[in-house]
Design a protein around this ligand. Sequence first.
Ligand code: TRP
Length: 334
Amino acid sequence: MNNKKLVFSGVQPTGNLHLGNYLGALKNFVLLQKESKCIYCVVDLHAITVFQKPETLRSNILETTAGFIASGLDPVKSIIFNQSSVSGHAELAWIFSCVSRLGWLNRMTQFKDKAGSDKEKASVGLYIYPNLMAADILLYKATHVPVGADQKQHLELSRDIAQKFNKDFNCAGFFPLPEPLIPKNVSRVMSLRDGTKKMSKTEESDYSRINLKDSADDIEKKIKKAKSDSSVIPDNIKSLENKPEAFNLLSIYSEVSKINLDKVLKEMSGKDYSYVKKNLTDLLISEICPVGKEIKKLMGDKTHLENILQKGSEKARIIAEENLKNIREKIGLI
Ligand code: TRP
């Protein structure tokens, strides 16, 4: 175990976990857990930057926790908890809101996308969301952060905040500059209906995504209906350039089968897309359905899930309080 490396990541409890979350985040979390100390957080305070129905939020926090466990995270090895139960996240986020600059936040592309055309109506929380994300990571002085490519800019902001804090308070090296761990081989998992959009829980059609709780029948239907291409599978990646849906299906297959895309194309070239669809369906059923079943089983015992979060929060709080004590001291708070 490498003691200097500390991994932190967060997942928002905003609904059904899907194949994009699984291949892009959860599987990677599980691998990292084998070699490093890891902290995985259900970021409920991030979720409320847009309105959540209280009963839905409560259930989603537990379901995301169930998704963590069902994917193979071990609450004994790693710290698994929900953000709002460790008050240091909110406290450090305030401090960072005083370190971070308006100009920095104004450059965040995700805010622009999420706030849409009527920025005046977006919550202030949505705007300062990256400061809270920096607080999540730096509260534990985490060094490595597995995230999707869409979070890279937020992570750069976390580094800017860490650097400015270290400089303003004359404490070089106090906060580490966290490194993103962006999975290389998982090209982003895209919508099954539109290969230019990320697979997402907010896209209207359920046919656009494979949910972890989907039945074998659902998976079969969705893959069958997925957009592909009318010509045959080519023998090289370049020919897929303007065919985002075909590229997406083949890359998901490559990722789940662990066969690199070049090799997949060599094996499948000349066949039509029903061939990769059939193979992908079988693979997904054997990999995803057991995870979905386990999530449903875990959701049948909410007390057990609450206990996991509570134990994790206790462990997280110990690290957070020690670090916060030093942070307050650096700033001059009494
Ligand atoms: N913003 C991340 C997302 O939407 C979630 C997140 C919150 C996060 N805090 C974090 C990820 C800290 C990594 C580290 O995906």
